[in-house]
Design a protein around this ligand. Structure first.
Ligand code: B16
Ligand code: MG
Length: 219
């Protein structure tokens, strides 16, 4: 068995920006004259900004010109950026820092694998930018989750083979991407929603060092 590495999703795993994305999309939907529920938002998680707008317009039964789409994409992102502007290290989700510190102490290679084009500023705001050896985000990938591209690039840049890579994800699309890549998938969130994951936790406070040791073969 080779050395193990971990890839973390960002939104909904390390920080609770999923709620900010939801709010910004919901406000846009309301402005366009229809509602957007939290349940519908599940399929937006891990999905690119452009694809998310297409899904939103499908929900509202709307068609739009490219010019309109560009305006709405910009508007949504500006609202989202106004939310993340206020983020601090207090916005790191419960239990995450403890797990990251443990991995750093044990010299486990860690990467970020996010669909977001705003990943770096978010990590900067919450003070976690320096701890990631590798960052793969929406600016580096062409194919969105569930395509495994983001995780394949992450593992290869870490120098870890897919079978020895563990992915922490809060989205259905992200869990599918990890599974397709032959990686170990760990679902963070509702186990009923993330039922394709190999391991499930509601949040990082449930993850013990013993679980990590077993996963990583730390003795
Ligand atoms: P942005 P992740 C994803 O991040 C979000 O889950 C998804 O809701 C969002 O649409 C996507 O990033 C793009 O984000 O608009 O910031 O480029 O979960 O893959 O870290
Ligand atoms: Mg996510």
């Amino acid at each position: 068995m080779g050395k193990k590495g971990i890839i973390f999703d960002l939104d909904g795993v390390i920080v609770d920006t999923a709620g900010f994305h939801y709010l910004a999309w919901k406000n846009l939907a309301n402005e366009l004259g229809f509602d957007f529920t939290e349940e519908q938002n599940e399929s937006f998680k891990g999905v690119s900004r452009v694809r998310s707008l297409e899904l939103l317009l499908e929900i509202g039964g709307r068609t739009a010109t490219q010019a309109e789409k560009d305006v709405w994409l910009k508007k949504k992102n500006e609202e989202y950026l106004s939310y993340i502007d206020d983020m601090t290290k207090d916005d790191i989700l419960p239990g995450v820092k403890k797990v990251l510190d443990y991995l750093v102490d044990n010299k486990v290679p860690i990467a970020l694998g996010s669909a977001s084009k705003n990943a770096k500023p978010i990590l900067e705001h919450v003070g976690l930018l320096p701890i990631f050896e590798v960052i793969v985000d929406g600016t580096n990938v062409k194919k969105a989750k569930p395509d495994p591209e983001v995780f394949l690039i992450g593992a290869s840049q870490l120098g870890i083979v897919n079978e020895d890579t563990i992915v922490f994800e809060d989205s259905i699309a992200g869990i599918q991407a990890a599974n397709i890549a032959g990686m170990t998938s760990v679902g963070i969130g509702d186990p009923g929603v993330l039922n394709e994951a190999q391991h499930n936790f509601h949040d990082f406070t449930e993850i013990s060092t013993q679980f990590l040791d077993n996963l990583l073969n730390i003795t």
